[in-house]
Design a binder for this molecule. Structure first.
Ligand code: KG4
Ligand code: ZN
Length: 367
């Protein structure tokens, strides 16, 4: 077994998952604990910020203790503590940052502030060893590489030339890709979170039934998804207006609203056509950038990177190897925070005790 250089405890509370993890050498996952709040927010159709921060307060200490116990690590065995300081919901970020500061101070550990987007990207360095076998490590990603970060809050196409060296080639000018999935799922009454629900609904659907817009497909590397969402809304309104009512309906007031499929809405075809349009734009821009910048690899990151069509299309249309994390490392987790923290730790980065949250933080452009 290779020598363990450094164990990092990662802490993540930027949105609706309270998470802690211990990672060795920035790559090998010793523990990865996530307390999801999805059930709490489902009834609101999205994340309710006040409820999220209160739940983080309740979960943060048990989740950290569980991550330490599962890793079988003593506090003295840790090299540093890494925490997401932004971007995200301010009340949620504050819980993780303050917990991390308190623990780092009490245990005498260096504190490292991590950008949540950078953490998503570093999920591609992670692997789960069989019983601590470091030799299981797959080769690390090679630079220069291109990373498509697609989450509920961001859609960024990033050129990475070395650890910590990024150039954002493009980003969304309106909705993020995950946000578009969530909004369209709401239009189709598919529930929350929308991404997995759309993917499932699309399974039996015809992706060419509706010719939906692919905004800015040939121009630059920025994305725009709000027109696509509006196009879906128009189709939904048109179908509702066409007055297909469930048989036997006598009074609108007395009859509960029928499910979209019962209202004559072709949900599967709409979901499939929408998913195909989003994926087409994401893949085409990544393919063009991979060619222009002659990258070694393409990485996918963020919640939308768990989309099966996106993964499949990227692999078949991009010329270089494509890498993506398993679904549980695509969505929010703390192992990715520990991985990003490790490479910062190695580069000598340290946060001061006045480390503050940065809810609107973007990915730094350092080229
Ligand atoms: O990265 P993440 O867990 O949280 C943020 O940092 O935003 O991403 C959550 C987003 C949600 O919008 C969710 O609908 C989307 O990722 N998502 C998916 C899939 N799984 C999650 N989108 C498309 N297809 C999926 N299978
Ligand atoms: Zn995220």
């Amino acid at each position: 077994m290779g020598k363990i250089v450094s164990l990092i405890l990662g802490v993540e509370t930027s949105c609706d998952e309270t998470a802690a993890a211990v990672v060795a050498d920035g790559r090998s996952i010793l523990s990865n604990v996530v307390a999801s709040q999805i059930e709490l927010h489902r009834r609101y159709g999205g994340v309710f910020p006040e409820i999220a921060s209160r739940q983080h307060v309740l979960d943060i200490v048990p989740v950290i203790e569980e991550a330490m116990a599962q890793a079988g690590t003593a506090w003295a065995g840790l090299g540093a503590l890494a925490v997401t300081s932004g971007p995200g919901l301010v009340g949620s970020l504050l819980v993780g940052v303050n917990a991390a500061k308190g623990i780092a101070w009490a245990k005498g550990l260096p504190l490292i502030g991590v950008n949540h987007l950078e953490a998503h990207l570093y999920a591609n360095w992670l692997y789960t060893p069989r019983q601590g076998r470091q030799e299981d490590a797959p080769p690390a990603p090679r630079f220069p590489l291109l990373c498509l970060i697609v989450s509920g809050g961001h859609s960024d196409l990033v050129l990475m030339t070395a650890h910590g060296q990024y150039r954002v080639l493009g980003r969304t000018v309106d909705d993020a890709a995950g946000e578009a999935f969530d909004k369209v799922a709401r239009l189709l009454d598919l529930g929350y979170p929308g991404g997995p629900a759309i993917q499932k609904a699309a399974e039996g659907g015809n992706p060419t039934r509706f010719d939906l817009p692919r905004a800015m497909l040939k121009e630059g590397y920025d994305f725009s998804f709000s027109g696509l969402k509006t196009a879906v809304l128009r189709i939904v309104q048109k179908h509702e207006g066409s007055g297909k009512k469930p048989s036997g309906e006598r009074s609108r007031q007395l009859t509960p609203r029928a499910a979209p499929a019962q209202r004559g809405l072709p949900v599967a075809d709409l979901a499939a056509s929408f998913q195909a349009a989003v994926v087409d734009v994401l893949v085409e821009k990544t393919r063009r950038a991979a060619e222009e910048f002659q990258v070694e690899e393409v990485l996918l990151a963020g919640g939308v990177a768990s989309n099966a069509l996106l993964r499949g299309q990227m692999v078949s249309r991009v010329q270089v190897p494509v890498r993506y994390p398993p679904p549980n490392l695509c969505t929010d987790n703390a192992a990715m925070v520990a991985a990003a923290g490790y490479f910062k730790h190695m580069a000598g980065e340290r946060a001061d005790w006045d480390l503050d949250v940065k809810p609107g933080m973007g990915l730094r452009c350092e080229l």
